[in-house]
Ligand binder design. Sequence first.
Ligand code: GCO
Ligand code: MG
Length: 402
Amino acid sequence: MKIDAAKVIVCSPGRNFVTLKLFTDQGVTGVGDATVNGREKAVVAYLEEHVIPCLIGRDPRRIEDIWQYLYRGAYWRRGPITMAAISAVDVALWDIKAKMAGMPLVDLLGGRSRDGVMVYGHANGADLAETVDAVGRYIELGYRAIRAQSGVPGLAKAYGVGRGDLHYEPAGVGLPDETVWDTRKYLAYVPKLFEALRDAYGPGPHLLHDVHHRLTPLEAAQLGKALEPYNLFWLEDATPAENQEAFRLIRQHTTTPLAVGEVFNTIWDAKDLISNQLIDYIRMAVVHSGGLTHLRRIADFAAVWGVRTGCHGATDLSPVCMGAALHFDAWVPNFGVQEYMRHTEETDAVFPHAYYFEAGALHPGDAVGHGVDIDEALAAKYPYERAYLPVARLEDGTMWNW
Ligand code: GCO
Ligand code: MG
């Protein structure tokens, strides 16, 4: 059996997606997501110029060997572009293998460990009252876990606050949006938000919050401590994690559970965080961390240290990534939660999928493979548009972390 063709499809049904489709001489095809938000074309070039020529003629059944060939063989290991390209190939190969076996992908991974995959939805509002209402709407929709983000008094634009509907997407066409950040205003406000949420909805719902890399380790420790009375499911990306040691300081001061990893690409980014038990949830996504072959290895390593998974699932990860993630989540023994930021109707139509939402959980469905495809004719109606994520500056103009 041979891979005899490969195609990279770029489309923009509301936002940009890069999809790899692999074809075999036996007629079975597979698809993988290769989207890196705001840097999409870099992955397209990596795949078309450097990866696809090495794939043609290879046996698609040799998933592990192809993974090692692309990872070790590049010499320039790791990084988001390399690992997204490897992931796209890996997921397409797992899709092909599961289709050939006539099974949903989860059965190849070891079978289901749970009936549904608990997801958290994104509630946000311009101020405290709007955010409390937004969380209430998610509870009515059946969500058991909800991330709450809110506008901050005195700041024109806060991270995570959308355009007033359910489909928050931060990337915009045109040059990067400039936003202004002030840590003191934010720190004074967030505990009030979670106090209001617990007053309104009691101890039942799992509440999550994303700091989006904005704090220093000491500030993150202060926030974690201040939030302890509200029993968060997790506090995410409390401080940048290039220096994994930074989390030790946070950990020494608070019992609020910590999640990190959506910008990580390999086990090496998380090795010290996990083995020193400095975090509780590892957030790496199928698309940005080398596919299922690498992610399940990370999950097994994390399990040794009692760290659970919480895969990134923002709308810049395509339905193809979501499909693969749900098969992984349904299997992985140390599952925590799956992020679910709903795609627009246009995106859902371009990527027909077997997964579905029911009672606060997503289900991967019973289709063979990972159950997600791309409608190429429809995709062609949404051409690529250059888009960037915003940037953030402090009030005096200093660049900060968005
Ligand atoms: C999340 C993320 C996203 C990112 C986005 C960047 O927790 O869902 O922080 O909203 O900002 O994926 O492309
Ligand atoms: Mg995040």
